[in-house]
Write a protein that binds this ligand. Sequence first.
Ligand SMILES: Nc1ncnc2c1ncn2[C@@H]1O[C@H](COP(=O)(O)OP(=O)(O)O)[C@@H](O)[C@H]1O
Ligand SMILES: [Mg+2]
Length: 204
Amino acid sequence: MELIGSNISFKYPSAKKYILKDIDIYLDNTKITGLVGDSGSGKSTLCKILSGYIPKFEGRVTLNGEELPKKEFCPVQLIYQHPEKVMNPKWKMSAVLDESWVPDDALLEDFGIQKSWMTRFPQELSGGELQRFSVIRALNPKTKFIIADEMTTMLDAITQVQILDSVLKIVKQRNMGFLIVSHDMDLVNTICDDVIYLKDINKI
Ligand SMILES: Nc1ncnc2c1ncn2[C@@H]1O[C@H](COP(=O)(O)OP(=O)(O)O)[C@@H](O)[C@H]1O
Ligand SMILES: [Mg+2]
């Protein structure tokens, strides 16, 4: 499984300057890759491009040689730093989850999700509890590649390890690709086989 970005350049419509220029990035499911870089350097923007959230950019993104689908479910799933920003506050957690897929009880248990949380609204859960839902949501059986953008930054150390362990177990089981963005070099050095520094691939 190869996720390849070629010649990616991008500038926000409201900005004067490009933040990403001629980026070539190659990722596959044989290793866990870390992406690191200074705050504001464009890591999240690159993640959004690689997972189809920003559809208009210069260059090309392909998964196994094919462009990402625009309308159907995207096999490259992005897990955000702030899950509450991408969940509908008016939906109960069961609906938030069902929008993607219906996981079995064993998986919910793996992620420490309690049944009683299903009938709550996003604002009635803690950051760690919500992040467990957003990870599970991204683990749709159709997902081939996960991009985790600072997904555990807001969490305490124990919750961070629990969530990462659970997700890495499934990534391995299903042979999925995994790119993790983090400013925590200890974490990156512990779990990644490879590290990409954005400044090394950004020809800005
Ligand atoms: N929607 C947006 N519109 C305009 N500028 C943005 C938008 N999102 C991010 N930026 C700017 O783009 C740059 C890169 O942001 P980002 O990709 O979030 O960096 P990082 O994730 O590395 O901190 C920053 O200067 C940020 O202010
Ligand atoms: Mg970011």
